[in-house]
Write a protein that binds this ligand. Structure first.
Ligand SMILES: [Zn+2]
Length: 390
């Protein structure tokens, strides 16, 4: 929720790399699924206007909780932080993933899930979906620092949830909670019909200024990760008016993402799925997951890829149902460890559908008949006959 004022617009110079590319980070980034992102966004939309403290707001809280549980997290890893807004209880949801080396030092990754006036699919269903997808993929990945994924509410009423969290948890813990950095993701949905290929990376330029240099350093690292792990370009700007600011005021080190093409839809009934760009959310998710692994020092070993030659993966390929009507499901061993692409052609060899890393293929536009489905993993291909019956 904010008006975009580009105070700083400094093009990123690719010659300045503070980090090197890590293949295992990229492999996990490649597990981000466009299908999952679309599902989260549409389910978020279906929850309606999620005004802080409302029934819908509470339903969204429960929806988030059930998502984390479905990813395999336990109830103990989830906690809530409640406050009263206009006589109603509103709750932040916190997922804690304990670090292996610095369990008491936290990388906080946050975004608000409350909306105002409209369903808020961009502001901030986009950031919410990215938090979910990152938590899903990192479930079994050890990180040296602890990570807290925090879904805040009360953002639209003036950062109430994040303020409450800083007061009642961060500063109420003895000793005070040790925070490595706060990475906020708010309104990264882009604008439908535009080329959404750039993400704004935000650094602290506010008072107190004691952590501004540290914020500049991690924001530079964030920008490096965008370039290393996603197809997006970066623009540097300043942090303001979102959930990192109560942390900023508390002298924590902050950084954040905000869309470059700024939508006019947030805070209106038109902040819907069709008015934003789900592919942009997918790409911002890649950048975010690269950065979170970097910030939390995720494990860099990736032994399982070595045991997964493409021929073996293709041998296990199943495409069903057969005949199919609207969707094809794909099953393949270790599918999440390597990029794969799937192509549907007709018997004249014309390409009708082409997808990347998708397990569910929408074939609703194809009419009844026989088609060929070709799966490609690295340089290996396998073609199977597909029957479609309407
Ligand atoms: Zn927002």
């Amino acid at each position: 929720m904010k008006k975009f004022i580009l105070l700083y617009s400094i093009a990123f110079s690719s010659s300045f790399f503070a980090q090197t590319f890590i293949q295992s980070y990229q492999n996990r980034v490649n597990q981000i699924s466009q299908t999952n992102i679309n599902t989260y966004l549409t389910e978020f939309a279906d929850l309606g206007v999620k005004k802080t403290g409302s029934v819908n707001n509470n339903n969204a809280f429960n929806w988030l909780k059930s998502k984390y549980i479905s990813f395999g997290y336990s109830e103990d890893q989830l906690s809530e932080n409640a406050f009263i807004y206009q006589g109603n209880t509103a709750k932040n949801l916190i997922l804690t993933k304990t670090g292996t080396k610095y369990p008491d030092t936290y990388v906080i990754v946050c975004g608000h899930y409350d909306t105002i006036v409209g369903p808020g699919v961009n502001d901030n269903g986009s950031g919410t979906s990215i938090l979910l997808e990152m938590a899903r993929i990192l479930k079994e990945i050890p990180t040296e620092y602890s990570i807290k994924f925090i879904n805040f509410t009360g953002e639209e009423q003036g950062l109430l949830g994040s303020q409450n969290y800083v007061q009642t948890v961060v500063n109420a813990t003895s000793p005070k909670m040790n925070i490595k950095l706060v990475f906020n993701i708010d309104e990264v949905g882009g604008v439908a019909g535009k080329t959404n290929d750039t993400i704004i990376c935000e650094k602290d330029t506010s008072s107190p200024t004691s952590n501004n240099a540290a914020s500049a350093t991690i924001t530079q690292q964030l920008m490096n990760c965008v370039v290393l792990y996603s197809p997006l370009q970066t623009k540097l700007s300043n942090a303001y008016s979102s959930d990192y600011m109560p942390f900023q005021a508390n002298n924590e080190v902050i950084t954040g993402f905000f869309e470059f093409n700024e939508s006019t839809k947030p805070h209106s009934a038109a902040d819907t799925y069709v008015n934003m760009d789900p592919v942009y959310v997918y790409n911002v998710g890649k950048a975010a997951l690269g950065a979170v692994q970097h910030f939390a020092n995720a494990d860099t070993t990736d032994l399982s890829t070595a045991d997964c030659p493409p021929e073996k993966m293709l041998e296990s390929l199943k495409i069903f149902p057969n005949p199919a009507k609207d969707f094809l499901q794909i099953e393949m061993m270790n599918y999440n460890l390597k990029d794969f692409s799937f192509m549907v052609t007709d018997l004249n060899g014309r390409t009708l559908i082409q997808t990347k890393n998708e397990k569910q293929i929408n074939i609703s536009k194809l009419s009844s008949g026989i088609y060929l489905g070709t799966m490609t993993v690295e340089d290996q291909k396998l073609t199977k006959k597909i029957m479609i019956k309407k």
